[in-house]
Design a binder for this molecule. Structure first.
Ligand code: NAI
Ligand code: MG
Length: 495
């Protein structure tokens, strides 16, 4: 099965329910647009409550009656490796589709997305074949822990890293023996749909990975979260929507894993390796168009180097090339859509009203070669303070806010003065300080002299408004299975 190439170059995407492609029950469709030029990338079914019910039914049947949860882990692992092989074999097509759907620089998408997506699958395939379980024994009593799959998993993914974040959910869910309903964001239906097709091609049985499309509130996304036949919901997106998902899930006491927003501190001490800190602090907010939950978008800089660091940071930010994401020279592509650009711009304006100083960027670029008008340059606000809304709320765009600090104590207190708690970055050459401060950071991940460096065994997730729960390695196993203790009393050996 391949996507039908329409005359306009747009792809027609369908639901994938129980191994069969299907339109929406209403016949309605929606378009996803290329944020660079406004052309139609994909036409997708606008999922309904009936579609939600059908797809959960299909996943339920595949779980209750199908081979997937009953297979040896080694066999499931082989299928997941086969799917990873297919992602890699179709890497160029997937990268092109992802770039058009998201507007993210192709250079990043090519280097990262498909490779990491394949790694998500391979990692959990290997994990289930290698992981050990606990047993406890005393004379007369033995207990051991089983990890049967949870059942039907609903995975709802966002538009900023569609394939990577979809596979981050789908891979562990499948590896541990669940069946899945994946709903990608309405802005980016393309690669998730391909993932579903490639899973069938890899031989994964029908109904094990289902993919449906459409919107959230009052539509298919919300219906999926209220269905009592669902056993787990894993969601990545905004904190507001996370709350809505948790409310829906509460009706059925369905466990949720929520990876939400952030406003992570990126702390530069005067003793840092300046080149490393500069490069990392730029990447921490301007890569991926700034559309990153992990963005180190509160740049805290020690006062003794504030002026020099700011100057160098601003000139490096101003040099980032904004352009067509398909151009491999482009550093920053268009933002996902107009409402998002309006939000990003409004935070920059707010920051200025609150007393910040616009040091570079600040308004969309008007240029005939950037037809959609969604191209927003790297923007830096200086003279900020941590109490300002523009320094506290999630912007999710290429906007950095710089805040000075006097000493270590103030640095830590500013870093933790946030409703979020997803990540923190520390740049310092003082090892003693690095370990001490890392321990004090209220954040799910603390990076010291690096950013975005991940081993998938590590817990990933956030505190506060950044989410509920952790995924990764054994943390994913705890979420996607029902850990079960089997307790055996036996005759004590008395001789
Ligand atoms: P969103 O959080 O509303 O959407 C994410 C996903 O949730 C999409 O698949 C959407 O269809 C679905 N959804 C929305 N409402 C739902 C509901 N009531 N029930 C079930 N599913 C629902 O994100 P949106 O509106 O696209 O972006 C708004 C802001 O969220 C961004 O400006 C950014 O600040 C933040 N965001 C954060 C992300 C992260 O990685 N932490 C990713 C995307 C957005
Ligand atoms: Mg799109």
């Amino acid at each position: 099965m391949t996507l039908i190439q329409a005359a306009s170059d747009a792809v027609n995407v369908n639901h994938l329910i129980g191994g069969t492609e299907a339109p929406a029950s209403s016949g309605q469709v929606f378009e996803s647009l290329d944020p660079h030029d406004g052309s139609v990338v994909a036409v997708a079914p606008r999922g309904t409550s009936r579609d939600a019910s059908r797809v959960v039914g299909a996943a339920r049947r595949a779980f209750d009656e199908g081979p997937w949860p009953r297979m040896a882990a080694q066999e499931r692992a082989r299928y997941l490796h086969a799917l990873a092989d297919l992602l890699e074999a179709n890497g160029a097509e997937l990268a092109a589709l992802e770039t058009r759907d998201t507007g993210r620089p192709m250079r990043i998408v090519q280097a990262y997305d498909v490779q990491r997506s394949a790694h998500n699958l391979r990692f959990f395939a290997d994990y289930v074949t290698m992981a050990e379980s606990t047993s406890l024994s005393t004379n007369g009593r033995l207990s051991y822990v089983l990890h049967p799959p949870a059942g039907v998993v609903v995975a709802i993914s966002p538009w900023n890293l569609p394939l990577m974040l979809s596979t981050w959910k789908v891979a562990p869910a499948l590896a541990f023996g669940n069946t899945v309903v994946l709903k990608p964001a309405e802005q980016t239906p393309g690669t998730a749909s391909r993932l579903g097709q490639l899973a069938l091609e890899a031989g994964i049985p029908e109904g094990v990975l289902n993919v449906v499309h459409g919107f959230g509130p009052g539509e298919i996304g919300e219906y999926l979260t209220t269905d009592p036949r669902v056993d787990r919901i894993t969601f990545t997106g905004s904190s507001e929507t996370g709350r809505a998902v948790m409310r829906s899930a509460a009706q059925n006491l369905t466990p949720v894993s929520l990876e939400l927003g952030g406003r992570s501190a990126n702390v530069v001490f005067a003793d840092a390796d300046m080149e490393l800190a500069l490069e990392g602090s730029l990447r921490a907010v301007f890569s991926n168009n700034g559309e990153m939950c992990l963005a180190g978008s509160r740049l805290l800089v020690e006062r003794s180097i504030l002026e020099e660091f700011t100057e160098r940071y601003v000139s490096a930010a101003a040099a980032l090339r904004v352009g067509d994401p398909k151009d491999l020279e482009t550093d920053i592509g268009p933002l996902i859509e107009q409402t998002h650009l309006d939000k990003v711009k409004s935070y920059v304006d707010l920051g200025c009203e609150e007393g910040g100083e616009l040091l570079t960027g600040g308004a969309p670029i008007l240029d005939d070669r950037l037809p959609s008008g969604l191209h927003f340059p790297a923007t830096v606000l200086g003279s900020m303070s941590n109490g300002m809304r523009a320094a506290r709320e999630e912007i999710f765009g290429p906007v950095q806010t710089i805040i000075g600090f006097e000493d270590e104590r103030e640095a830590l207190s500013l870093a933790n003065d946030t409703n979020f708690g997803l990540a923190a970055m520390l740049w310092t050459s003082n090892l003693d300080r690095a370990h001490a401060i890392a321990r004090g950071c209220r954040a799910g991940t603390v990076w010291v002299n690096c950013f975005f460096d991940r081993d998938l065994r590590e817990p990933f997730g956030g505190m506060g408004d950044s989410g509920v729960g952790r995924e990764g390695g054994a943390y994913s196993r705890d979420f996607f299975t029902e850990p079960q203790a089997v307790v055996v009393r036996h005759r004590p050996l008395e001789y």
